[in-house]
Design a protein around this ligand. Structure first.
Ligand code: 2P0
Length: 327
């Protein structure tokens, strides 16, 4: 049995930063994201009786399946009552090392392809739970447009999955992604959030603030209020980075280009353009903007010496199936 699925990464508008259960990937609090158009991971899973181990190929190169990939496949086998091993072939339409949340699109596509290849038809919450066990943020990429990850409270994680807030057609919201010059990431998101929870004196303050940010962002999405959405998303991103910077030892995800973009965005906003920055656990800057401002903003960002590329994105689709082939 074989299935191919495609999924897109997402930009967190209210960030997920901290787990309450490392193994099950259960978050400390809720988060809200926008699934991004134009960036895709395409994954084919084939369950094959002749394999004696799970096999992985990423962008055409053989790769060692991580514990999380094996765990997700084991979860699918348990649900399907099968012991069959799988071949997984995954390709990204964007540079994997660029720090553009390939784990979110990767595990969302893997959850859909693996479950269908195993003959399962999971509903969207079930798929979201499965994707979450590969990478937390992947549970939100199951949906297009805007999605909220409900943290849940049960120890087994059965109530921790994402729900749709608004589909991609709800809001024509351009997002410019400024890729800045940078080296390899030194601290993974998983390590960064674990260290933040354990050592950052700002973590309790972050926790206290998040629910208010979730309320405001839900409202901004419902009312298509760019000013409110952008303001809260920027504040939330800056706070997440401040929490990480205050950890022991400190974590700095930014490059010089990050600050160059932040300063430029601020100056352009004062000059009347709609532009609100947000960074995930990396140096690149996503800028929420409006149709009126996007062209001028793009030119200004591209002119910055530390910016290597600017991609235009916006609300994109959820995980979808391309092909299923049975025995
Ligand atoms: C987010 N990030 O909400 C936050 C904001 C990065 C900054 O989720 O350990 O790869 O696999 O659950 O999902 C990136 O962390 O971490 C992330 P795991 P993940 O998008």
């Amino acid at each position: 049995m074989r299935a191919t699925a495609v999924a897109n990464p997402n930009l967190a508008l209210v960030k997920y930063w901290g787990k309450r259960d490392e193994k099950l990937i259960l978050p400390q609090h809720g988060s809200i994201s926008l699934t991004l158009q134009g960036l895709e991971t395409r994954t084919t899973v084939t369950f094959d009786q002749t394999l004696d181990h799970d096999d992985l190929c990423v962008n055409g190169e053989p790769a060692r399946p991580t514990g999380r990939v094996l765990g997700l496949l084991d979860g699918v086998r348990a649900l399907a009552g099968s012991a069959c091993r799988a071949r997984v072939e995954s390709e990204n339409s964007f540079p994997t090392a660029a720090g553009l949340a390939s784990s979110a699109s990767g595990f969302a596509a893997l959850a859909l392809a693996a479950s269908r290849a195993a003959g399962l038809t999971l509903d969207r919450p079930g798929l979201s739970r499965l994707a979450r066990q590969g990478s937390g943020s992947a549970c939100r990429s199951i949906y297009g447009g805007f999605a909220e990850w409900l943290p849940g409270s049960r120890p087994d994680g059965s109530d921790s999955f994402a729900e749709p807030l608004a589909p991609e057609e709800h809001w024509d919201l351009p997002v410019l992604i400024a890729l800045v010059r940078s080296g390899a990431k030194e601290v993974s998101s998983s390590q960064g959030m674990a260290r933040s929870v354990a050592t950052s004196p700002f973590y309790p303050a972050w926790r206290r603030q998040v629910d208010q940010d979730l309320d405001l962002v839900r409202r901004a999405i419902a009312e298509r209020d760019l000013n409110l959405l952008g303001r809260v998303a920027e504040e939330n991103a800056m706070r997440m980075h401040a929490v990480a910077m205050a950890a022991e030892p400190p974590i700095l995800y930014w490059s010089p280009g990050t600050i160059q973009v932040l300063e430029k965005v601020r100056a352009l906003r004062l000059a009347g353009l709609a532009a609100y920055p947000s960074m995930d656990a990396g140096p690149h800057v996503h800028v929420l903007t409006s149709r009126d401002s996007v062209a001028a903003l793009r030119v200004e960002l591209l002119a910055l010496g530390e910016v290597s590329e600017v991609r235009l994105s916006g609300p994109g689709p959820g995980a979808r199936l391309l092909d299923v082939a049975g025995p």
